[in-house]
Design a protein around this ligand. Sequence first.
Ligand code: ADP
Ligand code: ZN
Length: 610
Amino acid sequence: MPKFQIFTFMLQTLKTYFGYDSFRPLQEDIIRHLLNRKDALVLMPTGGGKSICYQLPALLSEGTAVVVSPLISLMKDQVEALCANGIPAGALNSTNDETANAALRRACMGGKLKLLYISPEKLLAEAGYLLRDMNISLFAIDEAHCISQWGHDFRPEYTQLGILHEQFPQVPIIALTATADKITRQDIVKQLHLHEPKVFISSFDRPNLSLTVKRGYQQKEKSRAILDFIHHHPNESGIIYCMSRSKTETVAQMLQKQGICATVYHAGLSPTQRDEAQDDFINDRVQVVCATIAFGMGIDKSNVRWVIHYNLPKSIESFYQEIGRAGRDGLPSDTLLFYSLGDLILLTKFAAESGQQGINLEKLNRMQQYAESDICRRRILLSYFGETMMHDCGNCDVCKNPPERFDGTIIVQKALSAIARTNQQIGISTLIDILRGTLSPEVSQKGYHQLKTFGAGRDIPPRDWQDYLLQMLQLGYFEIAYNENNHLKITASGSAVLFGKAIARLVVIRREEAASQRGHKRKVVNKELALDLPATESNDLFEVLRQLRKQLADQEALPAYIILSDKVLHLLSTARPTSIEEFGNISGIGEYKKKKYGKEFVEAIRKFME
Ligand code: ADP
Ligand code: ZN
């Protein structure tokens, strides 16, 4: 077929099955490459549109595409999404019962499926059996970084996937991942024995995610800030990542007390409890999940609208992956990170005691630099992943509210002088007690209330002291002796400030209440920009359509976002189609969904308009 004809055909198929009018950057090249039966390695951020890179070639080729996926929940989600678009697909894994698997095997052998999802164990077990009896169009290895010990999610089963090219030399392989540094990338190519693969790397930027850091908050202030944040996201799904199981519990209880529907997810729950939590979240039965890092790996929920980090993550990789779970549908979504000295001390201890001390401390250090940044935060993130960004993003707290500095020499001198007068034998909390003039047990026991600096910083609230001390640490005025009860030690540059030989410039601390209001207004503007549509969206209509979607989803026992994505609902409540034909023209609605849901949605819109 001539080149342009293939392209027309590709576009038609994209429109018919997925309802989209154009390809995203790289998708077209990757699809062509696979159709030429060549191997590829694809690096795209979460939500970048990896699935279509192999789903479309699967539709355009004879036979069945075999997709290896590490998690059963991921497979389930993908298969549901495909079937909802009228594409025959199935998942072969250990949770199916024997009858279901037998039917699936027959469908595979009869060439009835366009895509078969399979766990790596099953794939290895079936390589000499079922797979031999199938006409395989391509292999797609999803989450390919799982193959590498360097990646953050190593799965031993993945390492044996190297046999695929030996046993099926004619079948092209596409490996896909959202996180892979150079070593991991090389490892994927090597272990899968990819044959002269073309590597496609798309930008890791996720411009729809807003980035905000709040520094030096204590528990009470965090709670208040979280409630305020959720108040600005009514009915919107979100995840709160916490460092410990017990923290997930206390945060969830705090939210429940305020009438917010929240649940927990951590490794201490039974598998059934965990599935239940995940299911409730996916199906919009709970709004918030308070989770340890274990959560989110297996879900494709496209309408997670926000992610909060209650604690500092241990590396930028983890952080980026976790915030990446928000806004997969491309709509504006908000992220918030709390950064406190306590977390930093604890994580430093973990890193120092870990097997790979050097690497882990360095990773933590980079995370800290992000949290402390006074330049555009997105620039820091992208440069970490080896990308340079030529402009500020306009969608992070630093861009929106550039930090102002002031001469903080006296504040720094008060703190350092208090440290010096205790012979550098105190940690952060005692230091704050001394500065604030608080007679804590340690203070009275050691006689620190007799020091000249006792109460010298009474005018500054404890929270602001936390913030200033973090700044001083970052500026290098003191260090924390992690091996000496976290006592504070004044550095040479600290001494220079203490003895008046240098001035210290600190960042002005802002009250967040005003900022969050402003941020909210801006978000609404962004929403329109992202959709590229005039500002005529009706919130009431959106709500009507959301209810209808929920009702249809419950009838079919499917997650709401599989029926129609949030983005499609926004487009519908803006464009307000009143005929099935117009309904089908909305981006994201293919032929199958047009026929299946058109009537009901069009009726709901008509009724609303009357
Ligand atoms: P990934 O697997 O990379 O995380 P997905 O494949 O789930 O991302 O795609 C993310 C979202 O983008 C999905 O809602 C998908 O339907 C949508 N999408 C993918 N390709 C396109 C396209 N060409 N045009 C519009 N939306 C797209
Ligand atoms: Zn920015």
